[in-house]
Design a protein around this ligand. Structure first.
Ligand code: DAH
Length: 339
């Protein structure tokens, strides 16, 4: 009973409205309230007449006490309401707690990657969401009849421009602007005409990277990618390359990393292969360099397109892509306010 008193006292102190007060009354004194229930929790048959009397006395006492405490709380709230209505300020009321915002998981991963690449002397670019067909496709050696150009993949605008389908659209812009040698990353939002489900979104984030210099080889590509993954996952990550086709790189690869969940033994996450497909990349196609005004006879380079949304999901164990654009505060508030 004493414990009940303590609890009720603290509940009442926190009640901020008459509605809340009524809920508290029901919780304690209602038909199934915890004070009401006290009398049901006792097996009277087992008590001596003395003990029975004692219980009855104390039970009535706490009930009366509770009713009185509720009445007082109600008076307090009504008075506060009345004085507020009259424009007064009750300085004894607890202050409104200011809630701190948090960073979106994609922002967190992006900031972390930017730091890692800045440590390797890469500059950071942005590009445009609304892009010219030329930069999104032609300048990337994606010919007019390539399947990626079909309507189901691309949001076309009525003025002939499009919503960029990948951050690769910024490759030739970066080459035009900065020339060679170049080390750059350009993270950003991409758009595809997709049906949304647990793992597909029409709006998602990629982080593209480009390194062009004299004598850049696949060894540089692997070295930089491995340095990146080791730092993101804070461990020595094993990687492998498989051939992959992308019109703007030659040769093109899919870079896999050994499954971080099972360490390569095989599990559900890696579909029992021990490897996770993480990062498409390749050596920049000479035609792309040429489109960017860089002489492919003197320079070579590598490029990669990291799925930021996917990486954030892996890193934080987020099972459902739709949460990312939901704006749901219950989801967002689980992430820290700084890296
Ligand atoms: N842009 C490609 C996509 O969105 C990904 C990609 C592949 C980017 C290979 C690259 C690359 O830079 O070298 O599917």
């Amino acid at each position: 009973m004493e414990e009940m008193k303590t609890r009720l006292t603290s509940d009442l102190a926190q009640a901020a409205s008459l509605d809340e007060l009524e809920k508290i009354r029901v919780a304690y004194l209602g038909k199934k309230g915890s004070i009401t229930n006290l009398s049901r929790s006792v097996d009277f048959g087992k008590l001596s007449p003395e003990e029975r009397k004692d219980f009855g006395r104390r039970f009535n006492e706490i009930k009366l006490w509770a009713e009185e405490a509720l009445a007082q709380a109600s008076a307090r709230l009504q008075a506060a309401g009345a004085s507020q209505a009259a424009g007064a300020v009750d300085l004894t009321l607890p202050g409104a707690r200011r809630s701190l915002g948090s960073l979106h998981p994609i922002t967190l991963v992006q900031m972390e990657l930017e730091q890692i690449f800045q440590g390797m002397s890469f500059i950071i670019g942005t590009g445009f969401h609304v892009e010219r067909e030329y930069y999104n496709f032609d300048a990337l050696n994606i010919p007019g009849d390539h399947p990626a150009r079909e309507m189901q993949d691309t949001f076309w605008l009525t003025n002939g421009m499009l919503m960029r389908t990948h951050t690769s659209a910024n490759q030739v812009r970066m080459l035009e602007k900065h020339g060679a040698p170049l080390r750059a990353i350009f993270p950003g939002r991409c758009f595809r005409y997709e049906n949304v489900d647990a793992s597909h979104e029409n709006t998602f984030y990629q982080l593209e990277g480009l390194m062009v210099d004299k004598g850049i080889s696949i060894a540089h590509l692997i070295g930089v990618m491995k340095a990146l993954l080791d730092q993101v996952f804070h461990q020595d990550v094993k990687v492998r390359l498989r051939p992959g086709y992308f019109p703007f790189v030659e040769p093109g690869f899919e870079l896999d990393c050994q499954c971080l969940i099972c360490g390569g033994d095989g599990c559900k996450t890696c579909k029992h292969s021990g490897w996770i497909e993480l990062l498409p990349c390749g050596m920049v196609h000479p035609r792309v360099l040429k489109f960017g005004g860089v002489d492919p006879m003197r320079y070579s380079g590598f490029a990669f397109g990291l799925g930021l949304t996917r990486l954030a999901m892996m890193k934080y164990g987020i099972p459902e892509i739709r949460l990312m654009n939901s704006g749901d505060v219950r989801f967002l508030s689980q992430f820290p306010a700084a890296v």
